[in-house]
Design a protein around this ligand. Structure first.
Ligand SMILES: *[C@@H]1O[C@H](CO)[C@@H](O)[C@H](O)[C@H]1NC(C)=O
Ligand SMILES: *[C@@H]1O[C@H](CO)[C@@H](O)[C@H](O)[C@H]1NC(C)=O
Length: 217
C-alpha cells in the first residue's frame, strides 16, 4: 500500500515537472471567418488556443479578419468594438483548451447609435501624435478613448495609430501579437476616459494663465 502511494506520488510529480504544453493551430484568414490550415503553435503555461475575430464595417461594407494562435488566457471571452468616424471595428476573442481545438467565433456586438456624451480625439495616421484635432462623439458602450498602435514587422514593416472611441473590453486586451516565421502583427490598445477633454481643459488653463500674465505685465 505504502509502496503504491509512493509510486503514484512519483508519477504525479513527474507529470507536473514535465508539464503539458498545449498545441494550437496558428493561421490567419483575411476576408474570411475560418482558417484551419497553418502552423503548429506551442503554448506557454498561461496560454490557450485563441481566435481573434474582427469585422470592420466601413462605408457599409463589412470586412472579416480572423487569426488563430496560442493566446493569454486572461484575454479570452471578450467582445467589444472601437470606432472612428465612418468605421466601426467589432472584435471578439474566444478560446478553447485542448490540442488543435478551434474556438467557436464570438457573437459580435450589435450596432448602437445612441450618443453617450463622451468625445474622443479621432484620426488614423502613420505618425504619432495625431496632427488633426478632430474629435468624435462616442456611442453606446464605447465609453473610453482609445489609441490603437498597430505594428507589422517583416517584409513590409509599418506602424499605424488609430484614435477613437472604444469599449472597456478592448482596453483590457492591452496587447495582442501573432508571429509567423517571416512577420508579426501587434495590436496595442491604450485607453483613457477622454484625452480630448483633458487636453481641452489644460488648454483652457493655459489660456487663462496666459491671460493673467498679460494682465500682470
Ligand atoms: C502539427 O502537429 C501535428 C500533430 O502532432 C502533425 O501531424 C503535423 O504534421 C504538424 N504540422 C506542422 C506544420 O508541423
Ligand atoms: C505591450 O507592448 C508594449 C510595446 O511593445 C510594451 O511596452 C508593453 O509592456 C506591453 N504590455 C503588455 C501588458 O504586454
Amino acid at each position: 500500500m505504502a509502496m503504491h502511494l509512493f509510486t503514484l506520488l512519483g508519477a504525479l510529480s513527474a507529470l507536473t515537472a514535465t508539464g503539458y504544453a498545449l498545441t494550437c493551430t496558428k493561421c490567419m484568414a483575411l476576408g474570411g471567418d475560418s482558417c484551419t490550415e497553418g502552423l503548429n503553435d506551442t503554448c506557454s503555461s498561461n496560454q490557450v488556443c485563441m481566435s481573434v475575430y474582427t469585422v470592420t464595417i466601413s462605408g457599409g461594407k463589412p470586412g472579416d479578419f480572423l487569426s488563430r494562435s496560442c493566446g493569454l488566457q486572461s484575454q479570452c471571452n471578450r467582445v467589444g468594438s472601437f470606432s472612428i468616424p465612418g468605421k466601426v471595428i467589432k472584435m471578439g476573442i474566444t478560446c478553447c483548451s485542448t490540442d488543435f481545438c478551434e474556438p467557436k467565433l464570438a457573437n459580435l456586438p450589435s450596432d448602437n447609435t445612441q450618443k453617450n456624451g463622451l468625445k474622443c480625439a479621432s484620426c488614423e495616421t502613420d505618425s504619432d501624435p495625431c496632427k488633426s484635432d478632430e474629435k468624435m462623439e462616442c456611442m453606446g458602450t464605447e465609453n473610453k478613448c482609445l489609441t490603437r498602435i498597430s505594428k507589422t514587422t517583416g517584409g513590409f514593416p509599418a506602424t499605424s495609430y488609430t484614435y477613437g472611441c472604444t469599449t472597456k473590453s478592448i482596453c483590457d486586451i492591452q496587447n495582442h501579437t501573432i508571429s509567423f516565421p517571416t512577420f508579426s502583427i501587434t495590436g496595442q490598445f491604450i485607453c483613457n476616459s477622454g484625452p480630448a477633454i483633458v487636453s481641452h481643459g489644460s488648454f483652457l488653463i493655459m489660456l487663462s494663465v496666459f491671460a493673467l500674465l498679460i494682465k500682470l505685465i
